[in-house]
Design a protein. Sequence first.
Length: 300
Amino acid sequence: FGMIGNTIIMITLVKIGFASPINVSFCALCISDFLCIVAIAWNAICYIPAFANSDLPFRAREVAIPTGSAVSNIFCGTTAWITAFISLERCLCVVFPLKIKNIVSPGKALIIVCAIFIGTVPLIYLPFYNYVFYTKFDKEKNQTFIGASYRNTPLADYIHRSHFMYRTVVIYSLPLVIILVCSITLAVSLKRSISWRQRQSSENPEINNSSKQRSSKDARVVKTVLALATVYVFLGGLCSVRHFAALMWPEFRMIGDYGRWNRSATTLTFFFSLINSSVNVLIYYKTGSKFRKTVNQMVC
């Protein structure tokens, strides 16, 4: 569902165009969500017993850790930062309505989202350093297979600890704070805007129709951004809570005394991240009139 939904979003946004910077950010968000879903799906496939125990040239459950779960964690972080950027960009629209075209343009939005993706690329390679890919001959099956094992060296342990702390603070917690602050600002602003528009309409019935349409369009975009932010806070934000708990409570880590709880929490956060990356098409269809109209034209 998530793969189909994000594909529909990309096709629809291409048809609508990228004259608005928010559409550039929405497209980048659906690309990140799509890659996150692919990584989680690959990780899940590797744990299916019929697949893992078949005559594959690799140990599926070993290879799944660096190529599946680690990569999905990175793109979950990319999704978090793009969501934070979308919330911040819409918040700036509210605070500086007359200067926003100079502050954020489609070109600048493209540069920023590309910088977010490029900034996460080095993080993808760190798990590959911590894991060693090896080859081994199986006499019973008469074949050579590829496996993966943890690199047990002081440098690998230091990289793992540093990467875990960086991912907890910078990749997950910081964007969550930005999303919360911007969402509260947008919610207060939206409430004031609606009350002001109702008051002006009652006092000045001759108000320009184009002004009403522009205000209504801005309100719909704010509602879309608030919906995306709310879904991320309640679903994607749980990943930040799990990482922060493991950082502050060492016994809760994978190799700690309560590692079993951590593994259960990891499975749960993967599921919530999967939902977070899959429901955006419903949000866009419900809150975006132009998106809904374009999708209906394509389908019908």
